[in-house]
Ligand binder design. Structure first.
Ligand code: KIV
Length: 272
């Protein structure tokens, strides 16, 4: 493999805050193994997420619910070895944060394996866990909007925040989580206008997936970027490998420049 090492110094939460203040877009990708982590970080992607999407794209389940802390820890170990300076974020799997003690213990496992931030799915109810984790030196990303661990409660993978009351509630809860100490908010599958409103309302960086072009950063799943996952892709997915030259390295570079130049997501990847 002949790719350059990460050209800049290691990315931290401060880097992302500065990029938000200066209006520079940042990129995030999932990775689950050494080689993909190496390529992703060497191509300048700021954040790598070891996501519980691994339940679907690595393990072949039909949701992320079967994923365990041990699964994420294993993949974090592999990713850490390949990482060339991206910020490493670990997903806290389904039911791994249901009381204070268990939440701290599970986050500690993932931080010891190399995570520099943990991601929890939910809304305002995450405020107490966020406060607790931040007090213990563990940075938190709160994943809002479509939260795939609640797919059974939501009745499917559906766009969230479409009605005005739901949208206002999401804005209020994002502010509550920022006040509690969340360092990043991630928004999945919300209308473009709501993605923009939450991004403007918050001082902390906002990452979007299916949340329109106005969030501070974008995230994609590795297998979606390369068109590897079978079946019909979600509206917000773009295959950066298809019909293009240069292979995988060029596909990552195309994603990075498309986000930085606000060419991705395009209107066809967004919800109204
Ligand atoms: O698990 C994951 O990959 C995620 C992204 C879709 C944001 O949570």
């Amino acid at each position: 493999m002949s790719v350059q090492k990460h050209p800049k110094s290691p990315v931290t939460i401060n880097t992302l805050q500065k990029m938000k203040r200066e209006g520079e877009k940042f990129t995030c990708l999932t990775a689950y193994d050494y080689c993909s982590a190496y390529s992703v970080s060497a191509n300048g992607v700021e954040v790598i997420l070891v996501g519980d999407s691994l339940g679907m794209v690595i393990q072949g389940h039909d949701s992320s619910l079967p994923v365990t802390v041990e699964d994420v820890a294993y993949h974090m170990r592999c990713v850490k070895r390949g990482n060339q300076g991206s910020l490493l974020m670990a997903d806290m799997p389904f039911m791994s944060y249901h009381n204070d003690h268990q939440t701290l213990e599970n986050c500690a496992i993932l931080m010891r394996e190399g995570a520099q931030m943990v991601k929890l799915e939910g809304g305002g109810w995450l405020a107490d866990f966020t406060r607790l984790l931040v007090q213990h030196g563990i940075p938190v990303c709160a994943h809002m909007g479509l939260t795939p661990q609640s797919v059974n409660h939501l009745g499917g993978y559906r766009v969230q925040g479409r009605n005005p009351d739901q949208a206002q509630e999401m804005i209020d809860e994002a502010l509550v989580l920022q006040d509690a100490g969340a360092g990043i908010i991630l928004l999945e599958c919300v209308p473009t206008t709501l993605g923009a409103e939450i991004t403007q309302a918050l001082e902390v960086p906002v990452i979007g997936i299916g949340a329109g072009p106005d969030t501070d950063g974008q995230i994609m799943v590795w297998h979606d970027l390369l068109g590897l996952y079978p079946g019909r892709p979600a509206k917000f997915v773009k295959n950066f490998l298809k019909d293009e030259q240069g292979g995988v390295q060029a596909a990552i570079a195309r994603y990075v420049s498309a986000v930085k130049q606000s060419r991705f997501p395009a209107p066809e990847h967004c919800y109204t």
